[in-house]
Design a protein around this ligand. Structure first.
Ligand code: ITT
Length: 201
């Protein structure tokens, strides 16, 4: 099965290909010949994921596709940056400035509890399906590591002593919100293999 992945983020593409790529052929937007900045105007991850998937479904002429929207929820900040994670420190998007703003906002707060939440929107044969993955963890007081992207240098998932940015992509996938949401997608796609009408080769 082939699915276009409605993202402009190469890190997401790499992580999904690693997590689910052997079971589904994931086509990037550039491979699909689509160049488009997809707006994320809504107040929830689910609505933004839906917008991205529907936009690419339309532009591709109705191909099966999926998107995802991810946010980092920090308890001591009342859930921020949440759905604004990409543009927390404004535009143009800067992972370094976003992370610096997060550390400033948290200061010395003793409660460092946070979680990544990923919502996938799949459009298969014109029908929408949603899958969610979460990863609980803690925000460090200073960045560590150079792998990954976004807030990875300050996020330590429960069950590890390392930040995501100190892990290889394979190791990050053991814990990650994105891989867990991808598991839901794959489990669902398996249920569709009995009805070939739902599968595009
Ligand atoms: P697309 O919309 O093109 O998919 P994006 O980077 O804009 O790519 P999001 O809107 O989902 O994606 O942005 C969420 C932001 O949250 C992203 O810019 C990162 O700063 C951060 N983020 C998302 N997933 C992350 C991860 O696994 N590790 C660290 N930070 C992450």
């Amino acid at each position: 099965m082939k699915l276009i992945f409605a993202t402009n983020n190469p890190h997401k593409l790499e992580e999904f290909r690693l997590a689910i790529g052997s079971r589904v052929k994931i086509i990037s937007l550039s491979e699909a010949g689509i160049r488009k900045e997809i707006p994320e105007p809504y107040p929830t991850l689910k609505e933004n994921a839906r917008e991205k998937a529907q936009t690419i479904h339309r532009l591709s002429g109705g191909e099966n596709c999926f998107s995802e929207d991810t946010g980092l929820e920090v308890d001591a900040l009342g859930g921020e940056p949440g759905v604004n994670s990409a543009r927390y420190a404004g535009e143009p998007v800067s992972y370094t400035l976003n992370t610096a703003k997060l550390l400033r906002a948290l200061g010395d707060a003793p409660n460092r509890r946070a979680r990544f939440i990923t919502v996938i929107c799949l459009i298969l044969q014109g029908q929408e399906y949603f899958f969610e993955g979460r990863c609980e963890g803690q925000i460090l007081r200073a960045p560590a590591g150079t792998e990954g992207f976004g807030y990875d240098p300050v996020f330590v998932p429960d069950g590890s002593q390392k930040t995501f940015a100190e892990m290889s992509p394979k190791e990050k996938n053991i814990f990650s919100h994105r891989r867990k949401a991808g598991d839901g997608l794959i489990a669902f796609l398996k249920t569709q293999t009995d009805s070939p009408a739902h599968v595009q080769n």
